[in-house]
Design a protein around this ligand. Sequence first.
Ligand SMILES: C[S@@+](CC[C@H](N)C(=O)[O-])C[C@H]1O[C@@H](n2cnc3c(N)ncnc32)[C@H](O)[C@@H]1O
Length: 217
Amino acid sequence: MPKLQQDLMFTLYGTDVWKGFEPVKVEDEVQGWNGNHPSLSRLVSTPGSQIVIDVGVWKGMSTITMASEMKRKGLDGCVICVDTFLGSPEHWSPGSELFERRNGMPDLYQTFMSNVHAAGVVDYVIPMPQTSTTAASILRRLGIKASVIHIDAAHEYEEVIRDAQEFWTVLEPGGFLIGDDYHWTWPGVVKGAAAFSLQEGVALSIEPPKWIVQKPL
Ligand SMILES: C[S@@+](CC[C@H](N)C(=O)[O-])C[C@H]1O[C@@H](n2cnc3c(N)ncnc32)[C@H](O)[C@@H]1O
C-alpha cells in the first residue's frame, strides 16, 4: 500500500476521507475525454515517489489512468484530484444526460469516487473538491509540490493561463505540466498554451491533443 497517499491524506485532511465511503453502481466504462492519453501513463511512471495533481477530473478517467499505472508499476505514488465537481459551462444544458443532479446539485463527486473505487485505486487517490485557484493556494500553503500536473479544467484563455501559472508554483523543478485539448476547437487553450510557454521561456511540446511543458531544473 502506498505510504505517500496516507501521508498526504493526513497533511490535507487529518483523516482518511475514504473511510466509510459507500460507492454507487457505476458504468462499465468511465465516461470522459482524452483521459487515457499515453503521455499520462508515461510521465507518471518515473521511478521513485511521485506526487501528481490532476486538475479537472470529471468522472475520473485521467485520474484512474495515472493511478492504475502507479499501481501496475508498484510505485509509491498519489494523485491529488482537484475539481469543483460541478462541471464546466459546456456541460451545462437543460436536460443534459452527462450527469445526474439532486435538487439541482450535480452528483459528479459521488460518480468520481465510485469510479475510482471500482477501478481499485483508492489507495493512490486523494479527492480535493475545490476550485483550481483555491486548491493551488492550499497546496502552496501546505508546501505540497508535484512532479507531474495535468490540467484539464476551464478552457477559456484567461483561465488556461491562470491555472498554468498557479500550478507552476507547485510544480517541482524538472517536473511536467500537461494540458488537455490543444485543438482548434478550443482556441483559448491553444492561445493560452503558447502564451504560457513564451512567458516562462520553456519549449512547448504537442502530443495531440495534449500540450506539455517541463519546468527547468
Ligand atoms: C473536461 S472535464 C475533465 C475531464 C477529465 N480529465 C477526464 O479524464 O475525463 C473538466 C472538469 O473541470 C472542472 N472544472 C472546470 N472549471 C474548474 C475550476 N475553475 N476549478 C476546478 N474544476 C473545474 C469541471 O467540473 C469538470 O469536471
